[in-house]
Design a protein around this ligand. Structure first.
Ligand SMILES: [Zn+2]
Length: 227
């Protein structure tokens, strides 16, 4: 059994080392996402790579050029807001884009095995999970508490700004959306062993962004673009 495990680990190691990076660099990926979102906002979408031919093409394998870690909110469908198609984006979505072990494994797989060079943590304005965390004194049922607990540290930091009069009450949720994204970017950048190492070697770039529900615009947070 021990021997079998060793062979499995070895095979995995060989597979990981044999992977090839996506030819689209992080900077090019960022420009491509911005261009797609611009088409979406201006009503000029081209719905690329969504044909039956594309279905057959990607059946042979995938090489997504970016990883999106986004909220599960039905109003933020990633391929639509970036005007992309099949095989373009590797997307991990949970409410409040809260990550735990299964999400981390999925992101690591897309980075290390599929070779994507850009990871975008994508929050959005008026996020329900973030609003629940801003209201953390109020009990929530079931596993929803997992989301609240994960976002709560960001909400508490913003609450201090609120108490100090540095932000207005009506901006509490959206300021926390941004703080939550910044926190999650940092969490992924320091996630050992795969992502932290990929960040150190410059193999991957991890940035934060916020989608505006009212306008459709994705704003990439400048403070996360040049760490
Ligand atoms: Zn949300």
């Amino acid at each position: 059994m021990k021997n079998a495990l060793f062979v499995f680990a070895l095979t995995l190691a060989v597979d990981l080392s044999a992977q090839t990076r996506n030819p689209i660099t992080a900077e090019q990926a960022l420009e491509r996402l911005k261009a797609g979102n611009k088409r979406f906002v201006e009503g000029k979408t081209i719905h690329p790579r969504q044909s039956p031919e594309r279905v057959r093409e990607v059946a042979k394998g995938q090489k997504p050029y970016a990883i999106i870690v986004g909220c599960a909110d039905s109003r933020v469908p990633n391929e639509i807001i970036f005007d992309e198609g099949l095989g373009d984006l590797f997307i991990v979505r949970t409410a409040g884009q809260v990550s735990a072990a299964a999400s981390f494994g999925s992101i690591e797989f897309a980075e290390a095995v599929l070779g994507a060079n850009l990871i975008v943590v994508l929050g959005h304005t008026e996020c329900g999970a973030v609003a629940a965390a801003c209201n953390y004194q109020k009990p929530v049922p079931g596993h929803i508490i997992t989301l609240v607990n994960a976002i709560k540290p960001a909400a508490m930091r913003v609450e201090q700004l609120l108490k100090a009069g540095q932000i207005k009450q009506e901006d509490f949720v959206n300021a926390t959306v941004r703080e939550n994204v910044r926190t999650q970017v940092e969490q992924l950048r320091t996630l050992e062993p795969i992502l932290a190492n990929a960040v150190r070697t410059g193999e991957v770039k991890i940035v934060g962004a916020v989608y505006n529900l009212a306008t459709g615009v994705v704003e990439f947070l400048p403070e996360t673009l040049n760490p």
